[in-house]
Design a protein around this ligand. Structure first.
Ligand code: PRP
Length: 218
């Protein structure tokens, strides 16, 4: 029998973990205790499965690790998958967690009714590719200002009129005097796999996919 090499499972930092860790537990995958220690500087963790280790990285970096095969499996938001748009990432399961939407927002008192007549607009976003495509469909050229967070600040500071960002409860928009004017796409998180690993480590990768399939009601 071929030796079972250690495989890497990449999960994103942040809020999604509140939903993901219980789902992983149901699927029979639990990280070592140090994973839950906020003071630990460790980046790679053992799990209860002898041939799987976990890494916790920024959401866009999950896509990078999986696309390059540095991680065989990962969990990625649809926002990241659309923006990263890699042929090397296979997306077998919608986990139906991390539900939110990618939306356009503007300042509460800004009248955007004439914006559709514009041929050019500046937009602050973490998602320049999705944003450009979205405005292109309306015949508007979007000049995207890439920010990595806190883009809700951009309109009030004169950086742009529109922002494109994730909206969940809507509290961040409300707290920053912004309103949602258009939903680009609903978002959820997917179990993803590197396409080559799916062939070279079929049994190990399929084992994880099947564990999640059993937990997710389609
Ligand atoms: C996301 C997003 C918004 C906020 C929306 O940021 O970029 O800022 O959540 O959520 P709400 O509608 O429930 O207020 P997140 O907190 O994930 O941090 P980030 O800026 O580091 O991505």
């Amino acid at each position: 029998m071929a030796e079972r090499q250690t495989q890497i499972f990449a999960i994103p930092k942040g809020r999604i973990q509140e939903e993901l860790i219980p789902l992983m537990k149901k699927a029979g995958i639990t990280p070592e205790e140090e994973f839950f220690d906020p003071n630990s500087r460790k980046l790679r963790f053992k799990t209860n499965l002898p041939d799987w280790e976990m890494i916790r990285v920024r959401s866009f970096d999950v896509a990078t690790f999986v696309a390059f095969g540095a991680a065989s499996i990962g969990v990625c938001g649809k926002d990241v998958l659309m923006e990263y748009d890699s042929q090397d990432i296979y997306t077998p399961i919608d986990l139906n967690i991390g539900l939110c939407r990618l939306s356009v927002a503007i300042e509460n008192d800004y009248d955007d009714s004439k914006d559709t007549m514009l041929s050019h607009i500046r937009v602050a976003t973490k998602y320049p590719t999705i944003t450009r495509q979205h405005y292109e469909k309306k015949g508007i050229q979007a000049e995207c200002v890439k920010l990595n967070g806190a883009m809700e600040l951009a309109p009030s500071l004169g950086l742009c009129r529109h922002i494109v960002d994730l909206v969940s409860s809507g509290n961040t928009l409300k707290a920053n005097n912004l309103k949602e004017v258009e939903t680009i796409t609903p978002i959820s998180s997917y179990l993803v796999a590197n396409r080559t690993a799916l062939k070279t480590h079929l049994n190990q990768v399929n084992d994880i996919i099947n564990r999640f399939k059993e937990q997710v009601i389609v």
